[in-house]
Design a protein around this ligand. Structure first.
Ligand code: FES
Length: 570
């Protein structure tokens, strides 16, 4: 042990203060010797019955505790705000930063020497990692694991099928009764979404950053080996405390680059970008939107997983897991980056084996030669926008079309199925005011469903552009995170129906074909249309949230305050 344990600043005290710190803890049946120099490990749990993806976490926490105790630590489990993607209104993203504050202050204020972050459903990973980064104690992440693939009418299904089923019902190709039956068929086991949606992307993000033990990303939640990983993580965090291996030792610029490259190879969610930018901002590693394009450009998609491909997360695990993917893309990675188990990332993946080339392809013969994400710039999105070409229609990647503009989500809902809507499949649908400030909270509505009159004609993809986000399980030719958002009054705010837009993915350009003179005139006449909140957290959020290209964190949450308690009042 290099330094005195932080927890001894509480439990190692004598007199009244020491009495208070220990006595109440003893009401849980903890013997006195547990407080005399054992590393105290906080288990930060996002269990909630309102976060179904994390509903198995109390059981999983027992495995972590077993590991901590076995290694000579004292495990203490504590709850933090849990963000369930499916239930929270208006959008879980609105509360990501709030949850990160809960995590940060809960860790700093309490007598813990190291932390295990229990993450699962989409926002529970970035919020916990962001908060923990701002304290920077030794920290390891344990993800809850993906669900088993769904089974419906003789075929495998997953979350991405929601979009297909919804369109099929709207087009009259699927009955409402079958849709209801499919609900239980899709979510048939514990765990988070079974495809490479945002939750699985986040689980892969923390593994490729080096914050977990190998194989964290893909072991199914229902597989007994998930509990083994949890127990081993419990053992390891005690060692990390003894080695004083902190988050900042692992989260170097090289680690971030490894994560971006890996995300490209797995066709991960576009949400990866916004969350990784926010995490980098907390730990103090310089990272910009353009880094994602630059680092992804040469990396093809090798993981054939939905929504970019056809398989599921459990298939990825059986085929060799994320270590087999990283071994395949070794030539692009910084193999020496250190990870939570004290080994380099290359040491963690070099013995991996690919058992199925249909699931993990080679780089030479990739599943999809397109990189996972591209960053677009142009006069429509001066600070950038993102898209996932691997999930898009290749025919639309270079296209000019007439804009059909919806001023906000209510305008879209009101008019999209109007038979008189002036739209055909060559048009470009534009949805405004779904950004961080405008909605507020930047919901996952960017992959808006197509007008019914086009769906019934068999049209299933069009270019769609918004300042919002898209579910990691979504797909299509969808451009997201346009910055600055419409609520701030840039060019995106003044696009009108009938303007023409050119998407040029090979040259990374998104252009509004309107003269600068006309745009200047429109910007002068522009008035905000979004609702402005004047109380509570949402008011604070609207005033302080950064734009998407910076990670949509709060301005005042960038960086960290470390693990010192600002005033030791006892
Ligand atoms: Fe929780 Fe998809 S809804 S991961």
């Amino acid at each position: 042990m290099k330094e005195k344990l932080r927890s001894q600043g509480w439990f190692g005290k004598t007199g009244k203060d020491g009495f208070i710190y220990r006595a109440w803890m003893k009401n849980q049946g903890i013997p006195d010797y547990e407080f005399r120099g054992k590393p105290v490990i906080g288990i930060c749990n996002t269990w909630s019955e309102l976060t179904p993806c994390n509903a198995h976490f109390r059981e999983l926490a027992e495995s972590i505790k077993r590991g901590v105790s076995e290694a000579g630590g004292l495990p203490v489990e504590f709850p933090v705000m849990s963000l369930g993607e499916t239930l929270i209104k208006p959008t879980a993203m609105l509360y990501r930063n709030l949850a990160s504050m809960d995590v940060e202050e809960s860790i700093r204020a309490n007598p813990v020497d190291g932390v295990v972050l229990m993450c699962g459903c989409d926002k529970t990973t970035p919020s916990l990692v962001m908060g923990a980064c701002s304290v920077n104690l030794p920290t390891i992440v344990v993800s809850g694991g993906p669900m088993l693939a769904g089974k419906f009418q003789g075929r495998d299904i997953g979350t991405s099928d929601i979009w297909r089923f919804n369109d099929a019902v709207r087009a009259g190709e699927m009955s409402q009764e079958d849709l209801t039956i499919s609900e239980a068929c899709m979510a048939r086991s514990r765990g988070h979404c079974a495809v490479m949606g945002t939750a699985s992307t986040m689980a892969a993000m923390v593994e490729s950053l080096g914050l977990t033990l190998p194989d964290n990303a893909a072991i199914p939640a229902a597989d007994a080996r998930r509990k083994v990983l949890a127990q081993m993580s419990g053992i390891r965090i005690v060692e990390m405390v003894k080695e004083n291996l902190r988050m900042s030792d692992i989260l170097t610029r090289e680690a971030f680059e490894n994560s971006i490259i890996t995300n490209s190879a797995i066709g991960g969610s576009t949400n990866f970008i916004i969350h990784l930018l926010a995490i980098a901002g907390r730990i103090g590693v310089p990272l910009e939107l353009k880094d994602f394009d630059k680092l992804s450009a040469l990396v093809p998609v090798v993981a054939n997983i939905q929504p970019s491909g056809k398989h599921f997360m459990e298939d990825l695990y059986y085929a060799g897991g994320l270590p087999a993917v990283m071994k395949e893309i070794d030539r692009f990675l910084h193999g020496n980056a250190i990870t939570a188990n004290g080994k380099s990332i290359r040491e963690n993946y070099e013995k991996a084996t690919c058992y199925d080339r249909d699931i993990i392809s080679t780089v030479e013969e990739p599943f999809n030669p397109l990189s996972g994400v591209v960053i677009l710039t142009g006069n429509m999105c001066e600070n950038g926008a993102v898209m996932k070409p691997s999930a898009a229609d290749p025919k639309l990647l270079s296209h000019t079309g007439k804009a059909v503009v919806f001023e906000d989500i209510d305008d879209y809902k009101k008019r999209v199925d109007d038979p008189d809507l002036d739209v055909d499949e060559t048009c470009i649908l534009v949805l405004k005011n779904v950004g961080p400030v405008g909605y507020p909270g930047m919901p996952e509505v960017g992959n808006i469903s197509l007008p019914k009159k086009l769906l019934t004609r068999g049209i299933h993809d069009m270019i769609r552009i918004s300042d919002g986000r898209m579910s990691g399980t979504g797909f299509g030719t969808v451009i997201l995170h346009a910055s600055p958002e419409a609520a701030l009054g840039g060019n995106f705010a003044v696009i009108r129906s009938g303007d023409t837009i050119t998407l040029d993915v090979p040259n990374r350009k998104l252009t509004l074909n309107v003269s600068e003179e006309e745009l200047t005139k429109r910007r002068k006449e522009w008035k905000p249309k979004h609702k402005i909140y004047d109380r509570g957290y949402v008011s604070l959020y609207q005033q302080q949230v950064e734009q998407a290209h910076l990670g949509a964190d709060m301005v005042y949450l960038r960086g960290g305050s470390g693990s010192e308690v600002s005033r030791d009042s006892h």
